[in-house]
Design a protein around this ligand. Structure first.
Ligand SMILES: [Zn+2]
Length: 103
C-alpha cells in the first residue's frame, strides 16, 4: 500500500515532477486527482484511469477503483493486481478540479 503526499514528488512550482524518474508516477497521480475531482463536481471526467503496474513485467489491465477517504485523501485500488494507495496533499494543485479554496 502506497501512502503518498504528492507534494513531496513535485517541483518547486508544484506543477510537475521533482525529478525525471518521478515523471510517470506524477502523471498517473495527476490523472487520478483530475478524474475524481471532476467526477465529484459532475464534470466530464473521461475514462477511469487504468492501472500502471507491470506485475511479472506485463502491463496490468485493471481499471482503478478511486474514491475519497473520510479525511479527503484519495484512495485507489486495482482489482486485478491489488495495487493500492492513498494520495494526500492534492488540494489546490493544477490537477485539482474541485472548487474548494485552500490556503
Ligand atoms: Zn493493477
Amino acid at each position: 500500500m502506497w501512502v503518498i503526499d504528492i507534494r513531496h514528488w513535485l517541483n518547486e512550482r508544484q506543477d510537475g515532477p521533482a525529478a525525471h524518474q518521478l515523471r510517470l508516477k506524477v502523471k498517473k497521480l495527476g490523472e487520478i486527482i483530475t478524474w475524481i475531482t471532476s467526477r465529484d463536481r459532475r464534470l466530464p471526467a473521461g475514462e477511469t484511469p487504468k492501472c500502471w503496474r507491470r506485475p511479472k513485467r506485463k502491463p496490468c489491465k485493471g481499471t482503478l477503483k478511486i474514491q475519497f477517504e473520510i479525511d479527503d485523501r484519495i484512495h485507489w485500488f486495482c482489482p486485478e493486481c491489488e495495487d493500492e494507495g492513498t494520495i494526500d496533499g492534492w488540494q489546490g494543485l493544477i490537477w485539482d478540479m474541485s472548487e474548494r479554496i485552500f490556503h
